[in-house]
Ligand binder design. Structure first.
Ligand code: HEM
Ligand code: HEM
Length: 189
């Protein structure tokens, strides 16, 4: 093992860990609220949840921008050499591929939700205080076109999240290689 790999930090930065866990909770909540609210019949409760879902969604969008900026400026720690050597090529590909696809969906899903809202003629007033711009013309036909795109991209995101968590648990409990520690509190080195 080279001296470089010995000194390579093992954990993600505190900021990356904070963003990871705050966004993990926010995304799970947005998916849960989204699935629940569409099952309700028209009522003040349904309307309230739609607003919460939209506010949470645009907050996720903003935080994802911060996250992407941080991620580009701060290279994640390299996988420990022993772990890299044990992982077959497909696992390397799945590891990086899942992370890239997750990042793409962090933007695509809320942008499609916002586009749908705009096209359907329901402007977003963030926290009931700040009106956000509509960036799609109001058009029922366009709204009907975008709605399934928001739904299916959200299902794709949920599927990737399940795969991601299953992989993290496999590393922790089957491979027992300490990968999870990289995302948990503790010193970096
Ligand atoms: C909504 C749920 C989640 C999402 C969207 C998510 C997303 C991500 C992303 C994008 C990364 C890449 C690093 C980064 O840029 O932050 C990552 C890393 C990681 N996540 Fe998650 N995550 C979620 C939940 C979880 C859970 C529940 C666990 C643990 C059981 C977990 C364990 C990890 C670990 C260990 C890494 C580091 C992998 C490595 O060392 O390369 N994640 N996650
Ligand atoms: C990452 C953020 C988001 C996630 C994970 C998410 C997820 C979901 C899910 C799972 C559904 C239910 C789909 C179904 O089964 O019909 C849904 C519906 C919906 N979402 Fe989002 N969403 C997000 C962001 C947004 C944003 C930013 C907006 C608008 C500003 C939005 C507006 C809507 C609307 C209006 C519906 C209801 C569509 C209908 O009436 O069928 N979402 N979302």
């Amino acid at each position: 093992m080279s001296s470089k790999s010995i000194t390579t930090p093992v954990r993600y930065t505190t900021t990356a860990k904070l963003l990871h866990w705050v966004l993990a909770l926010a995304l799970i909540a947005a998916i849960g609220i989204g699935l629940y609210m569409v099952s309700l019949s028209f009522s003040p409760q349904r309307l309230k949840l739609y607003n919460w879902h939209k506010w949470l969604g645009v907050s996720i969008l903003a935080l994802s921008l911060v996250r992407l900026g941080w991620r580009l400026a701060n290279k994640p720690p390299a996988l420990p050499a022993a772990m890299q050597a044990r992982m077959p090529a497909w696992q390397h590909l799945a590891h990086h591929g899942t992370h890239h696809a997750l990042y793409a969906l962090f933007f695509l899903v809320p942008l499609l939700g916002w586009a749908y809202s705009s096209a359907a003629g329901f402007p977003i007033v963030f926290l009931g205080l700040v009106p956000l711009p509509d960036w799609m013309p109001v058009s029922p036909a366009l709204a009907e076109l975008i709605k399934p795109l928001h739904q299916w991209s959200a299902y794709a995101l949920a599927t990737l999240i399940v795969l991601h968590i299953a992989a993290a648990l496999k590393h922790q409990f089957i491979d027992r290689d300490g990968l999870l520690l990289r995302m948990l509190p503790g010193p970096r080195g």
